[in-house]
Design a protein around this ligand. Structure first.
Ligand code: PXP
Length: 236
């Protein structure tokens, strides 16, 4: 199991005071020193936290795998082609949302994502899609050429009794593997709920932001990352 640490919230803190610090670049280095297998940032249309400057400098600094979450807009495609992160995770974006609300609904899309995805792949980036755990969405993701999916674990992370949702995730993860997709998971994963999710062995990577950054306030980001790495590698 791999871990990609989302450092958006470091930029959120910086933007709260319109300061030059804390810098998501330093955060990326600390997370990597703590054992992260990748760094994730979400460049939003409104640039509320991560800026293009961050993304460009991260491209030079990140030694592991740089994953860019973005909406499937023309503007973002141009930036991606220019910066060339290792991975692109397509996410839905609506103005004013506090965080990403649900997976991308591929069954209800106006634009043709197949061409969009193939253009990015041609430039050497791996392309995945953030999806709710729904078999029809998975099949569509495979059809339009996605290489991986990130299963939205938001619902799972909110439920006190999560067993049924875990079963749903496991079923979808298996279906995704049958479609030839690599399976990741993310949203709302924390130090506790990360553990039962490990039983879904098809999932090979977690994308985690808030829980790790929140823990880092008390123990530092390197240690917060180390603690999560220990959990997901089963050393705790
Ligand atoms: N994956 C996606 C697609 C997201 O939009 C987010 C939130 O930025 C995450 C993972 C990380 O979620 P969290 O901050 O709750 O760990």
């Amino acid at each position: 199991m791999e871990l990609s640490v989302n450092v958006d919230h470091i930029a959120t803190l910086r933007e709260a005071r319109k300061e030059e610090f804390p810098d998501p670049l330093y955060a990326a280095v600390e997370a990597e020193l703590g054992g992260a297998d990748g760094i994730t940032v979400h460049l939003r249309g409104d640039r509320r936290h991560i800026k293009e400057r961050d993304l460009k400098l991260l491209r030079g600094v990140v030694k592991t795998v740089l994953n860019l979450e973005m909406a499937s807009t023309h503007e973002m495609a141009e930036i991606a082609v220019d910066v060339k992160p290792d991975r692109i995770t397509l996410v839905p974006e609506s103005p004013g949302e506090v965080t990403t609300q649900g997976g991308l609904n591929l069954l209800n899309l106006k634009e043709d994502l197949k061409v969009f995805i193939s253009n990015l792949k041609e430039k050497g980036m791996k392309v995945g899609i953030f999806l709710d755990p729904d078999i029809e969405q998975i099949k569509e993701a495979a059809r339009i050429g996605a290489q991986y999916i990130e299963i939205n674990t938001n619902e799972y992370s909110r439920l006190k009794v999560y067993k049924d949702e875990l079963i749903r995730i496991a079923r979808v993860a298996k279906a995704a593997r049958r479609e030839g997709l690599v399976v990741h998971a993310g949203h709302g994963i924390n130090y506790r709920n990360a553990i039962p999710l490990l039983t879904v062995t098809e999932i090979t990577s977690y994308s985690i932001g808030f829980a790790i950054i929140a823990r880092a306030v008390f123990v530092g980001l390197r240690q917060a990352t180390q603690e999560m790495v220990a959990i997901i590698r089963g050393r705790r």
